[in-house]
Design a binder for this molecule. Sequence first.
Ligand SMILES: C[S@@+](CC[C@H](N)C(=O)[O-])C[C@H]1O[C@@H](n2cnc3c(N)ncnc32)[C@H](O)[C@@H]1O
Length: 272
Amino acid sequence: MDREKITLTGAQETMLATLYGKALDSRSPNSILHDHEADKAVRRIDYDFRKTGVKGTTAAGVALRAKQLDDWTAEFLAHHPQATVLHLACGLDTRVHRLDPPSSVRWLDVDYPEVLELRERLLPRPAGDYRMIGASVTDDGWLDEVPDDRPTVAVFEGLTMYLHQEDGKRLVQRITGRFRGGQLLFDCYGTLGIRLQKMVPAVRNAGATLHWGIDDPYEIEGWHDGLECLDALRSVDMPGLDKLPASGRLVMWVLARLPGFRDVGRILRYRF
Ligand SMILES: C[S@@+](CC[C@H](N)C(=O)[O-])C[C@H]1O[C@@H](n2cnc3c(N)ncnc32)[C@H](O)[C@@H]1O
């Protein structure tokens, strides 16, 4: 079978780094995410994955972040089996395959059209009430295609840092303003992480630029009446860090004790 050549650049190309992290994790005997679909996709892509700089510790870190967002999404769906899931900036992430939601769930994967074309070629089409929407999440319009009749969870991993703050704010307000209730689940960089972006090979080598850093997750509560931060986990003390290789555990231990560095990244859960 011919392998897929990659012509994407910038933010779009960075989805290969997270995909590769999940694939590497799935090959480990101590796998966190068991994302074998990610590994199958990686093997079908013609790309020098060394460019991503992703190895043992970073791969496990990517898997842990995804696992946390999977767990929160699954928790929401357990309470709301007829929910709508907005999986924004899905890239080639296989969250819908990992969670395998019941057919009562309406699932939408949203990313740029050229990303979704690749997704269609590389990943099996999920069963059930599933759709893809090809758009920039900052465009007006795509959200009007989503019925507003159900509790809604929006999960966006590896997205906020690529947005400008005003676009991120507008996205949060459009979602919280449209649906009657639900949750927002996403990760973010702190402003120090944004300043140090050139140290992240996946970002540097893809020629991507990061813009938006969040230092105070509670500030976002003010963007919509009733928006409440339920969890703000620092990446340096995410559940499951004991699964990192020893060198990674040491780095996390040191970072967790350095003011500024301990806030370099977070995983956030809000309800509205
Ligand atoms: C680091 S990757 C993360 C992909 C996926 N969420 C994952 O964890 O594997 C960044 C993703 O954000 C998407 N993205 C960035 N800006 C976007 C925008 N304005 N609208 C839609 N997708 C966007 C890119 O196309 C890419 O798929």
